[in-house]
Ligand binder design. Structure first.
Ligand SMILES: Cc1cc2nc3c(=O)[nH]c(=O)nc-3n(C[C@H](O)[C@H](O)[C@H](O)COP(=O)(O)OP(=O)(O)OC[C@H]3O[C@@H](n4cnc5c(N)ncnc54)[C@H](O)[C@@H]3O)c2cc1C
Length: 260
């Protein structure tokens, strides 16, 4: 179904289970379904057939509609860009997100323009991008990037149920640092009220993946120009203790040994 390179690459990165948030590791197959969905009874389709809007046009062989591959990208990323339009003006706002089962949750102040408008059920486009490498071809024209990205379309729905709101907030926290939710003070009623949570069901979604070496025009392979890939990784530094943090409190393992 996919070109061999993509299949090999998918096999490789699908093994990186450690990159997925615990909440989804603990049963994404079971925990998914039409959102809200935190139960074992839900069902995730193997693939989401592309629509006219989500079919990748250019380099269409890089388009992927397989749910497992899409989920892996969503679980590895933590910043998404939410696109929406107000009075004909498009806005694209970066924000945190978490996938829980069959939906993307994103949040912010109830007063922000994005959430004010998204909560009215306006259409949104959510994009997640993972940059894996600079691809240096022999010609400038064929320079590229290795990447994995997801585009999800639909109407974001404001989450009302307090338990779903809390579960989404837990997912934001646990996605980045497993164990942090229980260590830190959890949101009180006032904080919960001030936070809007939106849910975008994953019903119209595509992924696109570029892997591998540069692809030059045949005559250019003879050029005396270095070509190859510069891999890119997001590398965490050593934790920096807050000056106001009691020195007797040990640095938790999830911070001291944080890995991505
Ligand atoms: C880091 C990065 C750098 C890129 N640099 C370039 C560049 O310099 N020039 C360039 O032309 N393209 C670049 N792309 C690819 C770009 O994202 C589009 O795929 C490309 O513009 C072709 O779009 P299209 O005309 O096929 O689809 P469009 O008509 O724009 O989109 C149709 C549908 O295809 C799907 N789709 C398109 N692109 C993606 C994607 N990246 N991920 C998931 N779904 C997608 C969406 O569902 C979309 O609604 C880059 C992508 C990434 C992630």
């Amino acid at each position: 179904m996919f070109p061999q390179g993509v299949v090999a690459y998918l096999k490789l990165f699908l093994t990186h289970a450690a990159l997925a948030p615990a909440i989804n590791q603990m049963g994404s197959r079971e925990a998914a379904g039409s959102a809200p969905c935190f139960s074992m009874r839900c069902f995730v389709p193997e693939a989401i057939p592309p629509t006219e809007r989500t079919r990748v046009v250019r380099e269409s062989h890089r388009g992927i509609y397989d749910r497992e591959a899409i989920d892996k990208i969503l679980d590895e990323g933590f910043v998404c860009h939410v696109g929406f339009s107000v009075d004909g003006q498009p806005y694209v706002i970066p924000t945190l997100y978490a996938r829980v089962g069959d939906a993307i949750y994103f949040h912010g102040s109830a007063a922000s323009r994005m959430l004010r408008n998204s909560s009215q059920g306006i259409p949104v486009c959510i994009t997640v991008t993972l940059t894996d490498g600079f691809v240096l071809a022999r010609s400038v024209f064929n320079h590229s990037m290795n990447y994995r990205s997801v585009v999800a379309l639909g109407k974001a729905i404001l989450v009302d149920a307090p338990e779903e709101k809390l579960e989404a907030l837990r997912a934001f926290t646990e996605k980045i640092l497993t164990g942090r939710w229980n260590d830190a003070r959890q949101p009180n009623e006032k904080e919960l009220k001030a936070t809007s949570i939106l849910r975008l069901p994953l019903t119209e979604v595509s992924a696109k993946i570029r892997v591998g070496p540069p692809e030059d025009d045949a005559p250019d392979y003879a050029l005396p120009v270095w070509a190859g890939v510069i891999p890119l990784h997001l590398t965490p530094g050593a934790p920096i203790r807050d000056e106001k943090c009691d020195p007797s409190i040990p640095t938790p393992a999830y911070a001291a040994q944080y890995k991505r």
